[in-house]
Ligand binder design. Structure first.
Ligand code: FO1
Length: 320
């Protein structure tokens, strides 16, 4: 599964509940990684880690539950950075990760260690160990992802998205092998531009997906053309020309065989071409809803007879 943070992490939990931790590999976005107070923060990897470890703040969708903010408050009083809310519990993870990276450990190696320490059995791989950063061009100038998203509250319309480092970025160890050996590939209901986009900006990852021999199923992050949270709808409107299922599918041209959309979008399924629509309820309001959505996506893949180039012997082999 390719996944961004908040919505992606919820979907990852559903997939793991249905398919099992050992059967699932998650490739996470690192384009919104940021250095704050000298610490390396990987928000999307952490949202997935915390979700799978049962430590996530479910309402916010990022950071940890039962969080306190004493260190951040002190940093603010002392004139340090406090625009990016790092909680006390969360900070512990950033300290360990940053120290490991400074010692020369790769992001994928330290992520695996953190996952194991938190009891997470699902394999979580960053898309790349190399530096890859998302930048947004807006009428007010170009901003790194978190400056646009958090500091400016993603209020600026986006004219273009750029991935610094994409030419040199190689997939992290295991990513291409996971895609090549999968029974099914899922694209989580994450923002196609800034959450899945940076993963696909790693050339070898995109190429592995383009030459897949198994079904690839994306889940739309929009319901009735609107984002549940965040700027995905505004970005699609401006960059793709609309917020219908076909506009989502256009972000993944040649990379998906089916698109899971909400019932609210069922009347708007024209223009999908070869992409098979699967209509279901996509709002992940609780664990049952997450599981139902995961089941629909897994079923879409295992019944993927219309997918071009699907190896027949691999169909239907997804554990459920
Ligand atoms: N999102 C916010 O809107 N404001 C924050 O202050 C903030 C802090 C933060 C700290 C750690 C972390 O793992 C995530 C955090 N997020 C925050 C979420 C994050 O910016 C975005 O949700 C993702 O980068 C987009 O997927």
């Amino acid at each position: 599964m390719l996944s961004g943070g908040v919505g992606g992490a919820r979907f990852v939990r559903g997939v793991v509940a249905v398919a099992g931790a050992a059967a699932t590999t998650v490739v996470g976005n690192v384009g919104d990684d940021v250095e704050v107070l000298g610490l390396h923060v990987s928000p999307d990897l952490d949202s997935i880690l915390y979700a799978l470890a049962g430590l996530a703040d479910e309402r916010r969708g990022w950071g940890r539950s039962d969080e306190s903010w004493n260190a951040l408050e002190t940093a603010g009083v002392l004139g340090g950075e406090n625009w990016f809310a790092l909680g006390d519990r969360d900070l512990g993870l950033h300290l360990v990760r940053t120290q490991a990276l400074r010692r020369g450990e790769s992001l994928s190696a330290v992520t695996a260690r953190l996952a194991a320490a938190l009891g997470v059995e699902t394999r979580l791989l960053p898309a790349t160990d190399d530096r890859l950063r998302t930048w947004l061009a807006t009428p007010a100038g170009e901003f790194p992802f978190q400056e646009w998203f958090v500091a400016r509250g993603h209020r600026d319309e986006v004219d273009a998205v750029r991935f610094e480092g994409e030419d040199a970025a190689r997939p992290a160890p295991g990513v291409v092998q996971a895609l090549g050996g999968a029974d099914l590939i899922l694209l989580a209901p994450s923002n196609p531009y800034v959450s899945v986009g940076p993963i696909l900006a790693v050339r070898d990852v995109r190429e592995a997906l383009a030459r897949r021999s198994v079904p690839s199923v994306a889940v739309s992050p929009l319901i009735g053309g609107r984002a549940v949270k965040g700027p995905a709808d505004r970005m699609l409107q401006r960059l793709a020309g609309g917020t219908s299922p076909r506009h989502i599918a256009s972000c993944y041209s040649g990379l998906i065989d089916a698109l899971v959309v909400d019932e609210a979008d069922a009347d708007d399924l024209e223009g999908l071409g070869d992409v098979r629509p699967i209509v279901t309820r996509t709002l992940m309001s609780d664990s049952d809803a997450r599981r139902r959505l995961a089941e629909a996506a897994l079923k879409a893949g295992s019944a993927g007879g219309q997918a071009a180039g699907v190896r027949p012997e691999r169909r239907g082999s997804v554990p459920a």
